[in-house]
Design a protein around this ligand. Structure first.
Ligand code: SAM
Length: 273
């Protein structure tokens, strides 16, 4: 069994930080009681949020639970150093998976595109909400992890709705534009530096259906955009968020779910005022 996943969300990092502060103060004699009480309350607020969200969310399907367990058990550090970097923390998981599944159902999406498959958790969650005849196309750079995802899909009744395209997502998107393809919902969850181009292609190339929804993951990027913490992806996400906010063609909302999920749609759709 691998080590438990490390915190990779703002609230998870906050909870771990408060634990360390509490540990650091444990042996300090002259901390005022009010400060200890406030710290205890902050620990309970931050540390209890994710378990409470899990508790109040519809349970994942047995196939999703098996896929998540296999992803966490796998030793990702044993991969070739020259291969695409992958780690168990990339898996979106229960609450985000159910959110995406809910969005597919609520928007009545029939064609879904995913950019960044990994072991297939979010793809399978969304595929579970597709109607009869619905299809999901997933883009993944790494052939090995794509094959792993496909093995998991074979283990689920919804897995047959998923097609995987291995290669750089930019190439796959370009081919889809040429083919005149269109999608009702797109989940963007691959290389963060590519986000701006992916969304531009979805809009400019008309890959997004007129009433379509784009869901973009990790748009809080562990708090790096507003705390200034140096990190590889914080700048890319901060720039991406600014670009989306300045684009008059779209309206968007950044939901503080897990590591941030931004929902984007074309601004002209259904606007009476
Ligand atoms: C965060 S993981 C996706 C997690 C997945 N959506 C889930 O919920 O479990 C990102 C994935 O994007 C893939 N990726 C990175 N760069 C890519 C690219 N240029 N084209 C396609 N896939 C890419 C990685 O190999 C990785 O599997």
């Amino acid at each position: 069994m691998s080590a438990p996943p490390r915190p990779v969300t703002p609230v998870g990092i906050l909870a771990a930080t408060l634990e360390r502060v509490a540990d650091g103060l444990a042996g300090v004699a002259d901390v005022p009681d009010e400060v200890r009480d406030d710290l205890e309350h902050a620990r309970a607020l931050a540390g209890g949020l994710d378990p409470y969200l899990e508790q109040c969310t519809t349970p994942e399907s047995p196939a999703l639970a098996r896929l998540a367990a296999a992803t966490h058990e796998h030793d990702w550090s044993a991969r070739d150093a020259s291969a695409v970097f992958l780690e168990q923390e990339m898996l979106s998981g229960h609450v985000e998976g159910q959110t995406l599944k809910m969005l597919v159902a609520a928007t009545r999406a029939r064609k879904v595109l995913e950019i960044g498959l990994f072991t297939g958790y979010s793809a399978l969650a969304m595929a579970e909400a597709l109607p009869e005849g619905g299809r999901l196309l997933a883009c993944e750079l790494d052939a090995e992890v794509a094959a792993r995802a496909c093995r998991s899909f074979a283990d689920s009744p919804a897995g047959g709705r998923i097609t995987v395209e291995v290669g750089p997502a930019a190439q796959t998107l370009a081919a889809l534009v040429t083919a005149g393809d269109q999608f009702d919902l797109v989940f963007v969850d691959a290389d963060k530096a590519g986000y701006a181009d992916y969304v531009a292609t979805l809009l400019d190339g008309e890959l997004l259906a007129p009433h379509g929804l784009i869901c973009v993951d990790n748009t809080l990027m562990q708090g790096e955009p507003w705390t200034g913490t140096p990190g590889g992806n914080g700048k890319a996400i901060a720039d991406f968020n600014d670009t989306v906010a300045a684009d008059p063609r779209v309206e968007q909302v950044l939901l503080p779910l897990r590591d941030g999920l931004t929902l984007i749609r074309r601004a002209h759709v259904d606007q009476a005022a």
